[in-house]
Design a protein around this ligand. Structure first.
Ligand code: HEC
Length: 129
C-alpha cells in the first residue's frame, strides 16, 4: 500500500514535469507566423515572390506592414497604398531606403538591394489587384 502511493506520487510528479514541456519548445517565430498569416490572407500574390524575397519580406516589412504598425500601409490595402504609389516608385524606394517617419531606413532588411525593395513594394501594394 505504502509502495503504491509512492508510485502514484511519482507518476503525478512525472506528469507535472512532462506536461509542462508539452508546449513545443520550437514555437514558430514571428517570421514563420507572418508567412502563415500571409498565406491565409492572400491567394496568389505570394507566388509572385520567390522564396528568397519571401524570406526577406517575412523578416522585415511583414513585421509592420501586415498589421499596419505605426501607420504602415497594410499588405494589399489598395486604399492605403494608392496615394503612396501616386508619388512614383522612385520616391517610394527613396523612402524605403532612407526611412520615412515611422518607417525605419531599409525597413529592417539589411540584405535587401534596391531591386529587392522594388519587388517587395510591388508585392505589398499591388499584390491584391
Ligand atoms: C518598423 C516598422 C516597419 C518596417 C519593418 C517596414 N515598414 Fe514600411 N512603413 C512603416 C510605416 C509606419 C510607414 C508609414 C510611414 C508614414 O507614411 O508616415 C511605412 C511606409 C512604407 C512605404 C510608403 C512610403 C511612402 O513614401 O509613402 C513603403 C514603400 C514601405 N513602407 C516599404 C517597406 C518595405 C519594402 C519594407 C521591408 C523591406 C518595410 N517598409 C518595412 C513601417 C515599417
Amino acid at each position: 500500500m505504502h509502495r503504491l502511493r509512492f508510485t502514484a506520487a511519482l507518476v503525478v510528479g512525472f506528469c507535472v514535469a512532462a506536461c509542462d514541456t508539452s508546449v513545443p519548445a520550437d514555437e514558430p517565430d514571428q517570421a514563420t507566423e507572418a508567412v502563415a498569416a500571409v498565406a491565409g490572407l492572400v491567394d496568389g500574390p505570394v507566388e509572385g515572390l520567390n522564396e528568397a524575397a519571401m524570406q526577406k519580406w517575412s523578416r522585415s516589412c511583414a513585421l509592420c506592414h501586415i498589421d499596419g504598425n505605426g501607420g504602415a500601409p497594410r499588405l494589399g490595402d489598395g486604399e492605403a497604398w494608392q496615394p503612396r504609389l501616386a508619388q512614383g516608385k522612385d520616391a517610394l524606394l527613396t523612402h524605403t531606403i532612407e526611412g520615412f517617419n515611422n518607417m525605419p531606413p531599409l525597413g529592417y532588411c539589411m540584405s535587401c538591394e534596391r531591386e529587392d525593395f522594388s519587388v517587395l513594394i510591388d508585392f505589398m501594394s499591388g499584390g491584391m489587384k
